[in-house]
Structures are given as structure tokens and as C-alpha cells.
Design a protein around this ligand. Sequence first.
Ligand SMILES: [Fe+2]
Length: 284
Amino acid sequence: MTLLVQITDTHITHRDGLLYGQVDTAENLRDTAQEINRIRPRPEALIVTGDLVETPDRESYEYFIELISAVQIPVCVLPGNHDDPALMTDVFSGTPYFPVTDDTCQYALELSDVRLLALNSHAGGSELPELGLRNLAWLEQELERSDKPTVIGLHHPPMMTGIEFIDMAGTDWFQELRRILGQHEQVQLVICGHCHTDMSGRIDQVHEYMAGSVAHQLIAARSVDIAPSFEVKPSPPVLHHFVNGQFVSGSYPWPINAEVNRIDRQSGIPWETLKLQMMGSKAP
Ligand SMILES: [Fe+2]
């Protein structure tokens, strides 16, 4: 049973800085790290799907590493448009968080029941996505290597979102990815971030799950030709649960009092009895 946790778009600023002068992204990540540590049973790994920092410099990445190191399960990260993959390779080299081996800045991670392939959709100096020929060749090679059920992580969503300024990226950039996925049925899920809102969709037969941001949420942005707004509120962690040969995905808050408030504890009814009652049995 693989439990994979995802958070995204942490946008860590310099120490003591506030994003847009009002969002304490470090505080949000501190709280989220503790929330992830409370989840039981413990997930196998946490993936942070890009925009780790607001401005890609050494100081911001070192602060990110300090904050994320509070997470007590294995952590991995991938680059977003706000990141610098080459600088990440350098700054993360003393950590297990970004285990890249070449300048594609991509890697594979073996979990118990599934493989995670982390892609790099960063296009230098642009908000827009790019999957270069070498990056796509790497993906194809990795998918040829193993038939194990696979989840692909990348920052940008390879789908149209209905959000006008996101869809400016068009669909050309993910056509080759689409072709590769069509030839490798073991890919069951694509996970991403970027839009600072949660959303599910598809790339042909493959499910996509986009997680909301730990920094702030985009609001009022779909199907309207107006400037979007945002709400200063972190999204809870997302859990991708590989159960019965399929992924089920959704937000997974784990507040401090989660154990206390479980209905079986609160009611004093033993869980086994409650389960029988829920299944329609009158048995004690
Ligand atoms: Fe972002």
C-alpha cells in the first residue's frame, strides 16, 4: 500500500520576508510539515511539485531546506517556473531531496508498489512550460525499463484548465508527453501544481491531479476574462493512495485533534461494533 503525499508551490522567500508583503510562506510550510508528520499511517514519501521558492537564489533554497527538513518521512522535490534547476542541483546536492544525475534534472524514485518519475518542465526565463527532447527521451527510457505502476510528477499541468492566463501555454508543449503516455499503460497518474488551485482532469486516459498551493490560493479565475485574485490560505496536503491497483487522490488535512475527534473515540463505541452497525448488522 503506497501512500504518497504531495504539496506544491511553497514560494519560500528570504528569511523574515513576506510574499507580496503579506503571506508568511515559511510559517505555512512549518505548519504543513508538522501536519504531514501527524498523518497515520505514515506515508512513504512527500513530493513537492515545484515553485519551492519565490526567487531562485541560494539563500531562499537554503531556507527551504531548513524548513522542509522538519518533515519526518523521505522528501523529494522538482522544479517549477520560479525555480532554477541548475542551482537546485547544486544547493540540494548535500541532501537526498533532488537525486538528479544529469542536466535533464529528472529522476526516478522506487516506492513499494509504484514508481515516481519526476520531470522538469521549467523553461529558462519563462513562466511557460517546456519538455525538452532529452527530457522526453529520458522519460521514454525510464518507462521502457519497468512496467511497475507509475505516477509522473511535474510542475505545469499538461491539460487545458479553463484559466485563461495558464492556458496561454497552449497544448503543443505536452503533445509528445501525450504520445509517450499513450504507449505506456503503466502510467496511472500525473500530478502537478502551478495554478495555486486544486483541480482534476485527464491527459487522454491518464488521470491528472493538480494540488493547491501551500502559499496562497487563486480564486475567481476560471472561464472569466478578468484579472484573478488570491486568498491567503494554505491548501492541506494531498494524499495519493494506491489502493486495489489504482490511485485515489484528494486533500488530506490532519489537524492536531484528528485522533480525538474520530467518531469511534468520541462516541465510545468500539470501531468494530461501529463498522458492523454501518454495514447494517444489529450484532453488538
Ligand atoms: Fe506557484
